[in-house]
Write a protein that binds this ligand. Structure first.
Ligand code: FES
Ligand SMILES: [Fe+2]
Length: 465
């Protein structure tokens, strides 16, 4: 880090003390300003998207040296690259010369990047490799100040790559804390304990990024917001009971055996597995009908007989929601990543995931399983997510009246015995409870009231942990 690379070096930082978050966030409610005020959004892009560990990409997107994928850290365009030595870096996708976006491809393989504007070029380590007609410059470009900036701290947890600009943050593993357990369980059900990303459904909504996070463990809305999806999944099959998809929400979910659990740092988890049959073939039995699935199911059943159930379960959406603050969600077989664009615009990408079966644990059926997983990928992001996005847009619309100030999140608050603690001390509530939202808002408040000293790096050999 050179002295110029500290945001505290005299350059005015975004954000201000104009907002007192103690007056905006209470235990039972938040002020709508946090969704409508541009200054707060700009401050979030520094303190949240920069100040904490933010998900950037998955290692399966850059399996070989020189592979890269473009991403964002808040509003900052980033190139996540496995450089020629194998080190994973998150380079600012911003030319050191006059700021143009250097790499304009989503994904690929490159030993170096050349800026399309005036041709300055950089090795995939971020080091400047040359400029056109260097005789026109008095200096020789050996100073690291000409290298691409990079995110100083980049760490992976089991394939998920995160970055932060905050030297004070604890390690990624410590930031993830208790949410590692459900993440481990979700990964470990796949052969080899890993998977690879496929392509994605890309959606955008006209609403603040927090609206998506606020909904990520919300079991209160399911039966109402997704009514048509649930009806469709159950109408198209002949069964005695309407038990497909998320039907376990349909009557009195708070008395059902599933729950929401709140971890540290704003992470939370909805575990719906206790509500479903997890014996072999149980998960598959509640998978809704998806066009094209019959062919693959028949193929797997014919080939494997009794062993088919467990293999088909791998094609089903596991009923969990794993939410890692501020932008990573794992639902069923999908990985959803949210990306703020502006105060009232957010991108959300639903990555499909494929099973890797190096030791043939699926008895030669891995391609059929992955084909079925794509059929499930086509379902919720197309038919369920749109319900959610419409709600987010309608909230943003509703917040236009500044004088109607408060948003309530007190479902479950003050009811004795409703919220419990598990043996590790984490809060557990019934699935429709808003305890996850209340706790996340307290984490958010603490972040917004902090003053992180964010830095960037240009020395390509620097090692941050
Ligand atoms: S802005 Fe990149 S070379 Fe000029
Ligand atoms: Fe939803």
């Amino acid at each position: 880090m050179t002295p110029d690379d500290s945001f505290n070096s005299g350059v005015k930082r975004p954000g201000s003390a104009r907002f007192n978050f103690n007056e905006l966030i209470f235990e039972d409610r938040v002020h709508q300003t946090i969704y409508t005020e541009e200054e707060i959004f700009q401050e979030e892009m520094s303190k949240v998207f920069g100040g904490v560990w933010v998900y950037l990409a998955h290692e399966s997107q850059i399996p070989e040296n020189d592979n890269f994928v473009t991403s964002k850290l808040g509003l900052r365009p980033i190139i996540v690259v496995r450089d020629s030595t194998g080190r994973i870096r998150a380079l600012y996708n911003r030319c050191t010369h006059r700021g143009a976006t250097v790499c304009r491809s989503q994904q690929g393989s490159a030993k170096s990047f050349a800026c399309p504007y005036h041709g300055w070029s950089y090795f995939n380590s971020g080091k400047i490799s040359g400029v056109p007609w260097p005789d026109g410059y008095a200096d020789d470009f050996s100073d690291p100040k000409y290298n691409l900036a990079q995110v100083p701290r980049v760490q992976s947890y089991r394939g998920f790559i995160f970055g932060t600009l905050n030297p004070e943050m604890p390690s990624l593993e410590s930031y993830l804390g208790g949410i590692k357990k459900p993440l481990d369980e979700w990964l470990d059900r796949h052969p080899g304990g890993t998977l690879s990303f496929c392509d994605a459904n890309r959606l955008k909504f006209n609403g603040n990024w927090k609206l998506l996070y606020d909904n990520s463990a919300d079991g209160y809305h399911v039966i109402f917001s997704h009514r048509s999806l649930l009806a469709m999944e159950n109408r198209l099959v002949e069964r005695d009971e309407d038990d497909k998809g998320m039907s376990y929400y349909k009557t009195s979910p708070d008395n059902a055996p599933f729950y929401v659990k709140v971890f540290e740092n704003g992470h939370h988890y909805k575990d719906k597995r206790p509500a479903v049959d997890t014996s072999p073939g149980g998960l598959w039995s509640i998978e809704g009908p998806h066009p094209g699935m019959e062919h693959y199911e028949t193929k797997i059943r014919e080939k494997l007989g009794k062993k088919a159930g467990r293999v088909l379960d791998l094609a089903s959406s596991e009923p969990v929601n794993i939410n890692i603050f501020p932008n990573l969600h794992i639902l069923g077989n999908h990985v959803q990543v949210s990306q703020p664009i502006s105060l009232t615009e957010t991108d959300t990408t639903w990555w499909g995931t494929a099973v890797i079966d190096e030791n043939d644990e699926l008895y030669g059926c891995v391609d059929a399983v992955n084909a079925l997983r794509m059929r499930t990928q086509e379902s919720f992001p197309n038919f369920g997510e749109l319900d959610d996005l419409m709600n987010f847009e309608q909230i943003q619309t509703g917040l236009a009246g500044a004088e109607d100030e408060w948003i309530y999140m007190h479902r479950g608050l003050g009811i004795p015995g409703r919220i419990k603690r598990d043996v590790d001390g984490y809060l557990i509530g019934p699935p429709t409870d808003e305890v996850f939202l209340r706790e996340t808002m307290q984490v958010y408040k603490k972040i917004m009231m902090s003053e992180p000293n964010l830095v960037i790096e240009r020395d390509i050999d620097a090692v941050f942990n």
